[in-house]
Write a protein that binds this ligand. Structure first.
Ligand SMILES: [Zn+2]
Length: 187
């Protein structure tokens, strides 16, 4: 082996090792992204969404209208999101404000989707609810005033809160779609 071919061989081996290292780094990055937190949506515009009863009625399903606009409650274990374990964001079914993340969703055993914190406290309005003689705290969407559910002080750490929310008041956006939306915005 002359000097030149020896040099080429060393260069080739070095490049192969270099590629492998790069590949390993890419894999680590991909794994971290899969397990990492769900991307937080950009700060939302909280300008009030105000519509007449007729407009809401035309826009929402009858069950959505009953829960969001008439403060109804869906039957426990009847909604489509209480047992959803997918990663993603839960938005308001009335105005699409991003309200909760799968990162704070937990199994409460109540039959309603439960979270220990909202995406942003500013997105949630609270009101005292004395209906049925209970002293409960109602939670509403801060943008469209849609009824979401109630918040109780028997949740897990780190907040100790349980946001008990109707599935009907929420829409679910999977994390894979959020990632697509973000890359679409960048292009
Ligand atoms: Zn809303």
């Amino acid at each position: 082996m002359n000097y030149l071919s020896g040099f080429l061989m060393v260069t080739l081996l070095f490049c192969a090792a270099c590629n492998q290292a790069q590949q390993a780094r890419t894999n680590v990055a991909a794994a971290t992204t899969n397990l990492g937190p769900v991307p937080t949506p950009a700060a939302a515009d909280l300008t009030k969404v105000e519509k007449s009863k007729e407009e809401w009625q035309a826009e929402l399903t009858s069950q959505e209208f009953y829960v969001l606009r008439q403060k109804g409650t869906e039957r426990a274990f009847s909604g489509d999101l209480w047992d959803n374990k997918e990663r993603g964001i839960y938005t308001c079914a009335g105005c699409e404000l991003p309200l909760f993340s799968s990162d704070t969703k937990y199994r409460s055993g109540t039959g309603w989707p439960s979270y220990y914190a909202p995406i942003d406290e500013a997105y949630i309005a609270e009101e005292e609810d004395l209906q049925y003689g209970w002293n409960r705290v109602e939670v509403l969407c801060a943008r469209c005033d849609g009824h979401l559910g109630h918040v109780f002080e028997d949740g897990p750490e780190p907040t100790g809160l349980r946001y008990c929310i109707n599935s009907v008041s929420l829409d679910f956006v999977p994390a894979t779609e959020l990632a697509r939306d973000e890359s679409a915005e960048q292009n």
